[in-house]
Design a protein around this ligand. Structure first.
Ligand SMILES: [Zn+2]
Length: 317
């Protein structure tokens, strides 16, 4: 699967670049929050921190996936996902406390005045430019190499440039109108972007914790692919199982083959199947193909014949 490792490392490079732009965004936002603290900027910073954390998790997972000679360190991925979940919840919790203090200040003191410095929009304009640059890299790499795992990342970057525009508009309008209502409105819109990122982390984590990793849609697509490409009439699909482990899939395929198949033929068939599946999904980490002699199938056939009438009459009822 050298081809897969190559594509994953290209994806990894693009995401690393996007991550560095994200870190730059965090630094710029942090400096401006320090200089001109306002709730819109703090919300924007929280979003940047969580997204950078998400990308870091992805980079680590890709790093392990490209080392195909070794086993995927599932335990490590769980640990890493747990850590990023804890950090993300802490960051969001800290932000929510800030939001609560801000709101209670508005509602409890009638003399509250909006204090937004228009220069703080420099941070959000720089942030928007950085997100667009990140989108460009991810999207260009996706189009050039057709690496599907970059599609989601590039869509997220495009969505985040919208968040940058919202934050910039919010800061400018709040500083001009001095209206708390406008400040609250734009803050809440930005909170939605934080929830969007948090949703991704939590969904991944719950799936791992509950062991809800079977993906029937992917399994069905693989079965369809096999049925369309297996030309040998003696080769039949016995079972396909697709499991999602954080960002990647592990696919197990059981096939019935002619008992006289040589090891060379079986090997060729296995490589062909792996190649086709990787063409379909580039986030497949491992494909396992097991062969069963078709003789077993013949015995089953005989048994089926015995029970066929019973099943048939049952169905008729
Ligand atoms: Zn985001």
């Amino acid at each position: 699967m050298a081809d897969l490792a190559g594509r994953l490392s290209i994806a990894s490079k693009a995401i690393k670049y996007s991550f560095l732009l994200g870190v730059l965004g965090v630094v710029v936002d942090f400096i401006f929050v320090y200089l001109f603290s306002n709730i819109i900027l703090v919300t924007d910073l929280t979003h940047w921190v969580i997204d950078s954390l998400l990308e870091l998790t992805f980079i680590v997972a890709l790093y392990f996936a490209t080392r195909i000679s070794r086993r995927y360190p599932f335990g490590f991925v769980v640990l890493e996902l747990t850590l990023s979940l804890i950090i993300a919840i802490t960051v969001t919790g800290f932000y929510m406390l800030n939001l609560y203090l801000y709101l209670s200040q508005i509602f409890n003191s009638p003399s509250y005045t909006v204090d937004v410095n228009i220069f703080s929009s420099v941070a959000t304009v720089v942030g928007t430019v950085l997100t667009l640059a990140s989108y460009r890299v991810l999207n260009t790499t996706f189009n050039k190499y057709k690496i599907n795992i970059l599609k989601y990342e590039s869509k997220h970057a495009l969505l985040d440039s919208l968040a940058g525009i919202v934050a910039t508009t919010g800061i400018i309008l709040s500083s001009v109108t001095k209206s708390p209502a406008i400040e609250i409105l734009f803050t809440i819109v930005l909170v939605v972007f934080i929830f969007h990122s948090m949703g991704g982390i939590i969904e991944d984590y719950l799936r791992l914790v509950y062991g809800d990793t079977l993906d029937y849609r992917v399994a069905m697509n693989v079965i369809e692919l096999l049925e369309n490409t297996l030309t040998d009439k003696y080769v039949k699909v016995k079972r396909v199982e697709a499991r999602r482990l954080s960002y990647f899939y592990v696919i197990n395929i059981d096939l019935y083959v002619d008992p006289d198949t040589t090891i060379r033929e079986a090997h060729r068939l296995r490589m062909e199947i792996i190649r086709r599946i990787i063409d379909l999904y580039d986030n497949v980490y491992h494909v396992d193909v097991r062969f069963y002699p078709k003789r077993i199938r013949k015995i089953e056939k005989k048994l089926e014949k015995v029970f066929d009438d019973k099943i048939y009459t049952k169905r008729r009822k």
